[in-house]
Each structure stands twice: as C-alpha cells, then as structure tokens.
Design a protein around this ligand. Structure first.
Ligand SMILES: Cc1cc2nc3c(=O)[nH]c(=O)nc-3n(C[C@H](O)[C@H](O)[C@H](O)COP(=O)(O)OP(=O)(O)OC[C@H]3O[C@@H](n4cnc5c(N)ncnc54)[C@H](O)[C@@H]3O)c2cc1C
Length: 398
C-alpha cells in the first residue's frame, strides 16, 4: 500500500519551514532583488538566515542522531526545501540543500575519524557552509558522464601524491556555488592523468583557510540573486592524505551514493513551480477583463489547471525519489533522482513562463515576481548537470 500523506511531524516541519521562509527569508530576498546593485554581497544578507535555518535543524535534518543530527529522512528535507524554494530557490539550493546533502555524504562515505573531524561543527551547533567543486571553465562539465576511455577527456585539476599529502593544482569554474564564502570545500581532482575520467576522479576535503586556495570575484547571473558563485584557484594546495574521501578514483562511485543532492534541487524547484502558480492564480482572480475576472476566461483557467497538475506530478516524483533514496539508493541515484530533477525544473520553467503570460504586460515588469520566477527557473536547467545529460544518464540505466 502506498501512502503519500505527510505524518503529523512532517506537517509540523512543513509549517515551521513555511513560516521561516515567508517571515524571515522573503523580506531579505526582496531587499536583494530590489537593490539592483551588482556589487551587493548576498551572503552578507543571507548569513543570519543560514544560521537560523541551522538552528532549526534544516542543515542536519538527514544526519543520524548519533552524529548530532535530527535523524530525519530525505522526504523530510524535500518538504522543507519545497517551502524555502517557494520563496527563493537559490537560498534553498545553495545554502540549505548543498550543506545538508554534503553533511549526509560525509556521514555515509567517510571513515569514523573523518566523520568526527569534518562534522564536529554539528554538535557545536555552529553553522558551517559547504561547497562542492567539480566543474572547470574550459572543460564541458558534461564530460563527467562520458563513457569513453580517452584519458584526454574531462577536467584537468590534478592532485599529485607527495608523501603523506596531495598537492592540488587547477582552477574550478566561476559557477561553483558558495565558492569564496564556504567554510569547507569538497574538491574533485584527478589523481591520474593517464586513466579515463571515471577511473581517475578523487574527492578531497579542503577547509577554506588552507594555504594556496584563492577565489575569484562573485559571478553575475540572470537569476539566483541571493546566492554566491565564484571561481576557485588551487595553487599548490597541500591536502593531507587524511582528507582524501574514500579511495583514489572513487569520486564517481561515491557521488552515486548521494541522490539527495538532485532530490533536494528538485524539491526546491517544485517550490518555485508552486509559487509561480499561486502568484498567477492570485492575479487571475483580481484582474478583470470583459467585465469578469480573467480566471473566468477558459483559456486562462486551463493554463492555471495545467500549472497545478504539473506541479503535483513533479511533487509526486520528488517524494517517490525521496522514499526510494531510503529503500533503494542505487535506483534513486541512477533513475528517480535525475528524473525528478529534470521534470521539476521543466515544470518550474513552464509555470514561470505561464505566469508571465497570465500577468499580461505586467508579467515582464520588475514590479511583479513572474520575471524572477522565470530567471530562477531557467538556471535550474544547468545547475548540477543539464537536462540533456541527466536524461541520457537515465536512459543508460533503463
Ligand atoms: C546555478 C549553478 C550552480 C552551479 N554550481 C556548481 C557547483 O556548486 N559546483 C560545480 O562544480 N559546478 C557548478 N555548476 C556548474 C554546472 O554543474 C555546469 O554548468 C553544468 O553541469 C553544465 O556544464 P557546462 O556548463 O560545462 O555545459 P557543457 O557540459 O559544456 O554543455 C553545454 C551544452 O551541451 C550539451 N551537452 C554536452 N554534452 C552532451 C552530450 N554528451 N550529449 C548531449 N548534450 C550534451 C549540454 O546539455 C548543454 O546544453 C553550477 C552551475 C549553475 C548554473
């Protein structure tokens, strides 16, 4: 028997996240969006939100209780991220999803010594922002999915073993989320240049104060105004062997054990899709043409119906993927999580476009939110791998 109803605790979590998003995140997002100042540093405004969200348990929600976490499930995180994503998808994805998922990653794949050290912030209650860097500016990030054995394909950041340490050199792309503001980085680098990419990628834990790590200036994007992305330059960065996660060449295999990143992104985008629907619905009830609210024109009503139908379908895919992440992580990682992410982003983009249409000329003004929804939704297309590449990946595993 399948039951898609939320438990009483999950409903409480949902309203906690909704209140936090609407009462605390929303006013800050408004300030950032309205500032129109490219020099503004969103992290200055969002840091205290991240602290508050950490206090509420959102970054340790999926961590086991014995590591100081809440001991919740992926579905709990999905519920929280939908609420935050409905107010601002960049805050949901950049700060909360990434940190919660990477904390879970550490709890899942590292040694006990590494867990204790890397996750020591959890018990201290101190907020700790994570970042993960694989992409490089002059290399197609989609190469990560390349099945060909050619060792020339793919990223060039290299980790050379020297005694009890690795020396990292290379440059990560200006798109890296939380680059320059995170407390610690998971850097993906090659530990062999003569092997195919999928056999030579390794993951290193690099605290931000490690000598030789430098950051570029904040990247300007068409949306996601509340997040921070920047290039990472690694200039002879010395990383002790204790900070290699798993074994050399295991990055791909280990990250396959983390469908929660894509599920969290998908949940955040369901939030955006829902917000675009609610915004358009509200407008359609108030705007009058030909003597009646425009919602009474069937062409508008049908658009709204499609928006809510597609949002519900995306939500069900996310919840299904989240439940599968607990019961069959491999199935979640190879098919259900990427499928949910691509579908949720498609629905978010479609809903945002439809919201722009329903608002008529006002849809393209800065006065209303439809344009923000559209810009933020479009960014979902390529963050954490593009629609095409994810879909090709799904087909490979069918
Ligand atoms: C908001 C945001 C946040 C991000 N955060 C991070 C981060 O935290 N860390 C990080 O490392 N990176 C991050 N990225 C980078 C992101 O992972 C890449 O931009 C994304 O994977 C696409 O890679 P690319 O830009 O190199 O495009 P490419 O791989 O160059 O692809 C270009 C186009 O070609 C298509 N394409 C490529 N190969 C194929 C193929 N084999 N078959 C069919 N089509 C193909 C793609 O679908 C795309 O349309 C972020 C990006 C964004 C937008």
């Amino acid at each position: 028997m399948i039951d898609f109803s939320l438990t009483e605790e999950q409903q409480m979590l949902q309203s906690l996240a909704r209140d936090f998003a609407q009462n605390e995140i929303s006013p800050i997002v408004q300030i950032i969006e309205e500032s129109n100042n490219p020099e503004i540093e969103p992290w200055d405004f969002c840091k205290h939100l991240f602290h508050k969200g950490t206090e509420l348990g959102f970054t340790s929600l999926m961590l086991p209780k014995e590591l100081g976490g809440v001991g919740g499930k992926c579905i709990d995180m999905a519920v929280v991220l939908e609420e935050i994503g409905a107010v601002d998808v960049s805050i949901a994805c950049s700060y909360f999803n990434l940190t919660a998922a990477m904390s879970l990653f550490v709890s899942r794949v590292t040694t006990q010594e590494q867990q204790k050290r890397i996750l020591s912030f959890v018990n201290s209650g101190k907020p700790h922002l994570f970042s993960a860097a694989e992409s490089e500016a002059n290399i197609a990030t989609s190469d990560i999915f390349c099945p060909f054995p050619d060792s020339n394909i793919g990223m060039k950041t290299f980790a050379a073993r020297e005694g009890n340490a690795y020396i990292l050199n290379g440059t990560k792309s200006p798109l890296v989320t939380n680059g320059g503001i995170a407390d610690a980085y998971f850097i993906i680098a090659r530990t062999a240049m003569d092997k195919p990419l999928h056999e030579s990628l390794s993951i290193f834990y690099v605290p931000t104060d490690t000598p030789g790590i430098k950051f570029g200036k904040k990247t300007q994007m068409i949306g996601w105004k509340a997040s921070h992305h920047a290039e990472i330059c690694l200039d002879n960065v010395l990383v002790p062997v204790e900070n290699l996660i798993g074994q050399e060449g295991e990055a791909g295999k280990l990250l396959m054990l983390l469908p929660e990143v894509a599920i969290g992104l998908a949940a955040s985008y369901v939030g955006l899709a829902r917000a675009a629907y609610e915004y358009a619905l509200n407008y359609a009830k108030r705007r009058v043409s030909w003597g009646r609210p425009i919602i009474e024109h069937q062409s508008v009503a049908l658009k709204l119906a499609d928006m809510i139908i597609n949002t519900q379908a995306a939500r069900l895919m996310v919840w299904d993927a989240a439940v599968t992440a607990e019961t069959s992580p491999q199935l979640a990682a190879t098919i259900k999580a990427p499928a949910a992410k691509t579908f949720a982003v498609d629905v978010a983009i479609k809903n945002a476009q439809t919201a722009v249409e329903i608002l008529g000329g006002y849809g393209v003004t800065k006065e209303c939110l439809a344009g923000k929804f559209l810009a933020d939704a479009t960014i979902g297309y390529s963050c954490d791998f593009t629609r095409e590449v994810l879909r090709l990946g799904v087909v490979n595993f069918l």
